[in-house]
Design a binder for this molecule. Structure first.
Ligand code: PRT
Ligand code: ZN
Length: 286
């Protein structure tokens, strides 16, 4: 039987779409029409196991799945021994302590003797122990942000992304305890065949991700301006220069970081570049 790599993916929720999107961009197509627990990729030796995110760290640590995509916060909370293969960048958030806006927060000592509501007791307890703060932890699994309003706790420890949930519940973020994004994790002791499949996926993911913030830029310029233009371009290697039908003119092609783009474009024009075209890049193999 053909060896397949079984990847655990959140069945629904914030990480599902980005995870399936990343697999699709890496050329791994999974039909999820039936929403079954297990789905096979059509063109790649992978099967996807759909789970609640809470169950993914342990399922991978136990080797029931070979790999998984899960929030760093979930992996830390479950204390599961899985290998972190790569940070994927999406699902970014932070785990923070927040107190009612009306409180006069003076520093971590404020939490001494207080009650904190959270769904992440393990991470919180570790943090409090490190800081030498004694506080009671009240574990609840949903709607942590309403805890202070209904008198269940003095403060909360929860996931924050834009911060608007805190604001609408009259809470103020006072301490960021950890930052998190989605991780690709792997089971310990994968067989050589499975490791090879994982490496191929990783190679493809890296190709997609390194292209994500890059643009392919083309422009025309008189040959006399070439040196000045090359001076301005922080390309990957040296740019491609091609002759144009019109003598003494050339076309210059390069790859630019999106973040550099607006900064550089004015300088390119000043240096004599014309007809500048900017194109998205789908994949990039370095
Ligand atoms: O059903 P299942 O157990 O699989 O899903 P879940 O409900 O436990 O998790 P889900 O889908 O909400 O989140 C999955 C993962 O996404 C989390 O473990 C984080 O790693 C990551 N993530 C990123 C977030 C957020 N951003 C986020 N904003 N998870 C939750 N939130 C919630 C947060 O709990 C709070 O209620 O959004 C609210 C805060 O958002 P802001 O933008 O108002 O600050
Ligand atoms: Zn969950």
């Amino acid at each position: 039987m053909e060896t397949k790599l079984r990847i655990a993916v959140q069945s629904k929720g914030r990480l599902n779409e980005d995870t399936m999107g990343l697999l699709a961009e890496a050329g791994i197509k999974v039909s999820v029409s039936k929403r079954s627990l297990l789905a096979e990729a059509r063109n790649f030796p992978v099967e996807v196991l759909f789970l609640r995110d809470d169950d993914i760290p342990r399922t991978v640590a136990d080797g029931v799945a070979d790999a998984g995509v899960v929030g760093q916060n979930e992996l830390a909370e479950r204390e599961a021994h899985a290998e972190v293969v790569r940070h994927l960048g999406f699902g970014a958030c932070r785990l923070s302590l927040a107190v009612p806006k009306s409180e006069n927060y003076t520093g971590l000592d404020w939490f001494e003797g207080r009650t904190i509501a959270t769904s992440y007791p393990v991470i919180l307890q570790k943090f409090l122990d490190e800081k030498g703060i004694h506080a009671a932890i009240h574990v609840i699994t949903g709607s942590v942000e309403v805890s202070t309003g209904i008198g269940l706790a003095d403060a909360i420890f929860d996931i924050v992304s834009s911060g608007s949930t805190l604001v609408s519940n009259n809470l103020r973020e006072v301490e960021v305890v950890m930052k998190s994004d989605a991780l690709l994790i792997a089971a310990p002791g994968l067989s050589e065949e499975k490791r090879a499949i994982l490496d191929e996926i990783l190679f493809r993911i890296e190709a997609v991700q390194s292209a994500a913030d890059k643009k392919y830029v083309m422009m025309n310029a008189p040959r006399a301006c070439l040196d000045a233009i090359i001076e301005v371009l922080p390309g990957i290697k040296s740019p491609t220069v091609m002759p144009l039908a019109q003598e003494d003119w050339c076309s210059i092609h390069t790859v630019l970081d999106e973040s550099h783009f607006w900064h550089i474009i004015g300088k390119l024009k000043e240096a004599g570049a014309q007809g500048i075209l900017v194109l998205p890049i789908e994949k990039m193999i370095l």
